[in-house]
Design a binder for this molecule. Sequence first.
Ligand code: SF4
Length: 324
Amino acid sequence: MSQLVQLTGIARLAAQGDRLEEKRHVEYRTLPTRKWLNRCQSGRVPFDWTVNPYRGCEFGCKYCYARYTHEFMERREPTAFETEIYAKDWDTSEFRRELQSVKPAQTIAIGTATDPYQPAERRFERTRRVLETLSGIRGISIYVTTKSDLVSRDASLFATLSKDNDVRITVTVTTVDRELARLTEPMAPRPDLRLKAVAKLAAAGVMVGVIASPVLPMITDSRENLANVAQAAKTAGASYFCAGVLFLKPSAQRVFFPFLAEKFPQHLARYQKSYLAGAYLKGTYPERIRQMVSEVREQAGIQPREFFRPFVPAPTDSQLLLFP
Ligand code: SF4
């Protein structure tokens, strides 16, 4: 029996994809896609739908929580997530059809399991296709999270979408220390470039914030580090700042623990002990970080994300119009 016959579901679709291009150690493939829009009903997250234009992420953050998504495709090598990037096959009319399921005031989050502005986006522009198609919709929330300055390429598109929707772009900056960022987020753009993108988006009138998640215990959790990020966010024109403590699933531990052993061996045993009981830390530590984030935010004069209620334009008819 061939390997293709043995594979099922997403693993089978991944195996059927065509090889698009190869760049250094990264291989790009297409991914036949049944659905672009995925319903999300987890109480942990503030959105109703997710869109992930790619599978895998070339930025290769050592703590990345999304590595498990490659396991669905039977790609279990820890580094496959960052070296085999899948660009989902695009079909505008199919995506428009899927969007008919989105109700007024619901939220679509773009980039929850992969960075929508990773290097692949320069070549394949799948995220841009999504946004262009969304420009026919009004009365919803559109949230984008990224670690890439490429997001500022779409500033005018976001500004247009913001006229009829609640649009929020959140740029991740875990530290302003370039060397530290290079260790933990080796292929992501430098923190100062990300902050420049924040400034460009803010100047274009787009609501943009900075998130310093994940806060890495004993690595990025100092008051000084978080205060520096909050201040840099404020200076760049961000509207909000937030941060939460690292959660570490087993698939992420397989990369993060060897990284700690190499770069921060003094912390390894405490991490292993602390995350033994589960992916989320409990007790006084997360509460202490919550408090610290609140204090540095106040000190920098910047709001929390929840401060801004979703802006949803008034309905023009009995209900908001999708693709009027
Ligand atoms: S940018 Fe996000 S999705 Fe990409 S590797 Fe880093 S944490 Fe994972």
